[in-house]
Design a protein around this ligand. Structure first.
Ligand code: ADP
Ligand code: ASP
Ligand code: MG
Length: 310
């Protein structure tokens, strides 16, 4: 275990899809990481795929199963163009941009090969869909980490296959906390000792045999909660595109306002009535351990957001 030496030892932050989905958003997210770094001994960042990327990947694979390759071919073009535009905005044209482009092409070509196989089989199994769905986070973690490195920030992208062990319930895999704890410690300890901030893919894990799984749609919150619990974080901060948990979905109810403090039970009630901002299952481990959980707005980081208490 990492020693608990002072109050501000370990912070886990998660950025959702819209918080990394454009150059402006990524710049905001990076600023948040950089400005908070000096206050914490260790920090872990969990990232979602760029907004819309997971849908593109899954839609491509499912249409391939129907014998329609157009969707995945279009998805490849869209994913390449969005990630390339971001790389051009944040990475100088030297080695770092080339390395990112190389990794991006490798991941996009994995997507293409999966979809070709799915087309031939005429079937997209949950296992295949998980391998495809996780490619978005693998792209965004590499992009985020490279962009921070470009600014001189010590960071490394990590695929959560190397951290989170799950069962084989594809598309809604259940984490094994004990096995994940061992793997996470083995993998992250050496980064922590060198002051490096891991940028971890949300949403994904792997079976004990190493087969890719996902924790279910919106599962990056769960990834942050799992890592926060395992690492005995002091706090977990969920960065999203609204000012925290609100009285209603602000997209539909403009008068909705932020709830400054909520109990776990209240989060569960809100979720029951359709609020998808936080899934209670995903935050339970953190709240149960008494770890501070905050939901805040990437685009208005000065606002306090919502604190979830047990
Ligand atoms: P992220 O990509 O950051 O994980 P999500 O789309 O999963 O973000 O969740 C944030 C969205 O949840 C908001 O943009 C908002 O429209 C919606 N939402 C629904 N109900 C609520 C609520 N009660 N409070 C805040 N946001 C809500
Ligand atoms: N990218 C995944 C999804 O769209 C996970 C997440 O964003 O939390 O469901
Ligand atoms: Mg979400």
């Amino acid at each position: 275990m990492v020693q608990k030496s002072n109050a501000k030892r370990m912070l886990v932050m998660k950025f959702g899809g819209t918080s990394v989905g454009s150059a402006e958003a990524l710049a905001q997210a990076m600023g948040i990481v950089e400005s908070n770094r000096p206050n914490w001994t260790h920090m872990v960042v969990v990232v979602s795929a760029l907004s819309g990327a997971t849908n593109l990947l899954l839609d491509g694979a499912m249409q391939a199963a129907q014998g329609k390759p157009e969707a995945y071919l279009k998805a490849e073009v869209a994913l390449r163009s969005r990630h390339t535009a971001m790389a051009e905005a944040f990475l100088s044209t030297g080695n770092r941009q080339e390395r990112f482009r190389f990794e991006m092409e490798e991941l996009i070509s994995q997507f293409s090969r999966f979809c070709q196989a799915i087309t031939i089989l005429g079937e997209a199994t949950p296992r295949a869909l998980d391998a495809v769905a996780g490619l978005g986070e693998r792209l965004s973690a590499r992009l985020f980490a490279s962009a921070l490195q470009e600014r001189g920030f010590a960071t490394e992208p990590i695929d959560a296959f190397d951290l989170i062990v799950t069962d084989s319930q594809y598309q809604s895999a259940v984490p094994d906390f004990e096995a994940s704890s061992e793997k996470t410690m083995n993998c992250l300890q050496s980064l922590f000792s060198r002051g490096i901030v891991p940028i971890v893919t949300g949403f994904i894990g792997a079976t004990p045999e190493g087969i890719p799984t996902t924790l279910g749609r919106g599962g990056s919150d769960y990834s942050a909660a799992i890592l926060g619990t395992i690492l005995e974080a002091d706090e977990v901060w969920i960065w999203t595109d609204v000012d925290g948990v609100m009285t209603a979905d602000p997209r539909f109810i403009p008068e909705a306002h932020t709830i400054p403090e909520l109990t776990f039970r209240e989060v569960a009630e809100l979720a029951y009535f359709g609020a998808k901002v936080l899934h209670p299952k995903t935050i339970r481990p953190v709240v149960d351990k008494g770890i501070g959980l905050r939901v805040c707005n990437t685009f208005a980081p000065e606002k306090p957001g919502t604190f979830v208490i047990s």
